[in-house]
Design a protein around this ligand. Structure first.
Ligand code: GRG
Length: 301
């Protein structure tokens, strides 16, 4: 493996980036005060927990290709992490995946209560749009509007939420690999596609370039989700900070249930290679994104 594609620098870069993104989120999240302080505490509890910050990392890495100023891409990165945090809070609720642990500590509804967790998710989602729409995110109102529209499209019914609905409906059902690809591309790929495309939007890179970055993100997101399916079978609970073996227990349709472990691993490699081919047009400028793609495939948490 060449230096460029080694995943060690990505792991280190993600750790450094995590510090910067935590500071950015800390400054944007409401400080707990007043009668609603429990809500703000729950928002901070979930959004500032030590996740990998992969989506904002991809967004910022993509924006750097177009010389976007740091304060702009960090705000947009914080916005996508808020949506991701909301999705995890809601996914852990008893009505959905019913998970008690997230990122190695009690899930939001366990640390607080169900009503607070639902509302903290709602407030994180809406805050993300407030941040994107803020003048500090980009001086051009059209760019801000495009970012808001793209995040809404990717996180809503035609994207992440729609994928979650298909996922829930597929439990204990006979589902083929095509439908699994569709649900996983929507559930997980869509927010990653927003992240990679948003760098191009911030950089006013033009429709074709944004589309290419978005396609790369959708495919990378699918590879990420197939890896997630594999980690649920082969992963380590301490590394993952959550229980493993949940998919099979819940009768979930995943690439592992459809293709077996080896088949799922082969499919993850194929999908990653297809995603990487989208970056050819960017030459060396996209080396960090290439390394991030290899990291997604090799990750253990
Ligand atoms: C509830 C609206 C709603 C949507 C839920 C994304 C999603 C849809 C649910 C999350 C369930 C899940 C664990 C999916 C597997 C892929 C995934 C999103 C894993 C968690 O992302 P990481 O590994 O998490 O990037 P960290 O903790 O690093 O941020």
């Amino acid at each position: 493996m060449s230096d460029v594609l080694s995943i060690t620098p990505v792991r280190e870069a993600l750790a450094d980036f995590g510090t910067v993104m935590t500071e950015t989120l800390d400054a944007l999240l409401p400080y707990p005060t007043g009668p609603e302080s429990g809500l703000f505490e729950a928002m901070r509890y979930s959004a500032l927990a030590s996740g990998k910050f992969l989506r904002p990392y991809l967004l910022c890495t993509s924006a750097i290709m177009f010389d976007v100023p740091g304060r702009q891409y960090l705000r947009a990165g914080a916005a996508v992490e808020m949506v991701h945090s909301y999705s995890l809070i809601h996914d852990d609720l008893p009505a959905m995946d019913d998970d008690n642990m997230r990122r190695g500590r009690p899930a939001c509804h366990k640390a607080f209560d169900e009503a607070t967790a639902i509302l903290a998710g709602d407030a994180l989602l809406t805050l993300s749009f407030e941040v994107l729409a803020g003048a500090e995110t980009h001086p051009d109102a059209q760019v801000r509007s495009d970012l808001v529209a793209a995040l809404a499209a990717r996180s809503g019914g035609a994207g992440m939420v729609g994928g979650q609905v298909i996922d829930l409906a597929s439990e204990h059902a006979d589902v083929d690999a095509d439908l699994i690809a569709r649900l996983e591309t929507m559930k997980t790929g869509a927010l990653i596609a927003f992240s990679t495309a948003a760098g191009g939007l911030l950089g006013q890179a033009g429709g074709d370039v944004v589309k290419t970055l978005e396609t790369f993100g959708f495919e990378l997101g699918l590879a990420f989700q197939i890896t997630d399916d594999l980690l649920d079978v082969e992963g380590d609970e301490d590394d993952l900070g959550k229980k493993v073996g949940k998919d099979a227990g819940a009768g979930k349709a995943t690439f592992v249930s459809a293709l077996g472990v080896d088949g799922a691993r082969r499919r993850a490699r194929q999908v990653t290679d297809r995603a990487l081919s989208r970056l050819d047009t960017f030459g060396e400028r996209a080396d960090e994104l290439r390394s991030a793609a290899e990291f997604v495939l090799a990750r253990r948490s």
